[in-house]
Design a protein around this ligand. Sequence first.
Ligand code: GLN
Length: 232
Amino acid sequence: MCRHLAWLGERRSVASLVLDPPHGLLTQSYAPRRQSHGLMNADGWGVGLHHPDAEDGAPVRWRSARPLWGEASFASVAPVLRSRSVVAAVRSATPGMPPDETAAAPFTDGRWLLSHNGRVDRDVLPASAAAAAESRCDSAVLAAHVLARGVDRLTDTVAEVAAADPDARLSLLLGDSERVLAVTWGDPASYLATEDGVAVASEPWDDDPRWVDVPDRHLLVATRDTVTVTAL
Ligand code: GLN
């Protein structure tokens, strides 16, 4: 299982979200606190963000197949890489999945960034999604399927995939610069709402008592001002 986070709020540096928190994604890449599948997340990482200089409002991404803790150049740039909308992940590859950076979340389509914690049998996903996906990785195929069906049908899509593969773990995190959506299905999530914005993560990045756990099989929808959590 991988670890991921999303931020929506005031402009913040990627370093302040990913590298600096005491139990942030950097620490989670070698010492996650709440991970139930896999011991560490050393099989790559990715950061996607929306930036006003990007064309068409499409997000930009920086991904790698290497462990996050060895990325000195990224660490030097991350303090000046700033955005109001970020989705980032560190990866623990599912056995049999490709090892290259195109298998690392976040995946994207249009304005959306998507990260997947879990695994799914690719045979239950449509061939059109496999053809559209940028990688053979199950998470990339699932992302192509979810985003092709449309975010408005997110919960239906998750329910259908779960029915077709009852062993699937389908926790998702999506951001489009206006909203953050999170599905918990097999792996948990937590959120932190502050005056500056909202963070949603696989596990809290620090011990701030304001972190709220999202139960399994729930949908979280966050805007700049509101967070709603509903059962699936
Ligand atoms: N199945 C995905 C992969 O191989 C995600 C794995 C995970 O959540 N650890 O990358």
